[in-house]
Design a protein around this ligand. Sequence first.
Ligand code: CA
Length: 221
Amino acid sequence: MVEDEVRLAETVRRGLVAEGFLVDLASDGVAGLEAAQTGGYDVIMLDIMLPRLNGYEVCRQLRAADVWTPVLMLTAKDGEYDQVDAFDLGADDYLTKPFSFVVLVARLRALVRRGAPERPALLAAGDLTLDPRSRVVARAGAEITLTPREFGLLHYLMRHRGDVVSKAEILESVWDLNYDGDDNVVEVYVGYLRRKIDYPFARKAIETVRGAGYRLEGNGG
Ligand code: CA
């Protein structure tokens, strides 16, 4: 557990020990990263706002070092990162503070059962692929360069492929939670994305669903 709020950390640790977990505590990001790289843990519970190195960086550096121990990210509702950031960074699950202890235990058990994947799955929709680790996007094997915002938008659409997602949902997840601008910005960015991933190809991946939002074609093959 990488958590700098000492009282919270101690309370949760005691609870987890009572549930049969063995728990090591690290109270800053650097100590947490070191422990996570060497400790052979089954699961890492990682706070985002940490002294010395934030959870965002800890997770990124762990994945860059090929450590795929499942990570449960703790996010704050008013924090500067949201759940989408957590997934983009290679976290496997997230909980928003304040969280229920029962839910925490269930999530940790699920992650331990699942174990560490060799690497995150390549997301695919038709002939469009997105590798969350290398951040490489390709269509029909041809690599496509995206800006970070375009990548975030496409990553979101690919995680929800086959579903209609509204502009409001996209705005809430891909843009900063505190963004209070017009949701037309979503249209603008969908336009940028189409120019790169759709226009050069015969088949359109992103469909506009009138009055509802957008849908990325759903087949994974
Ligand atoms: Ca914190």
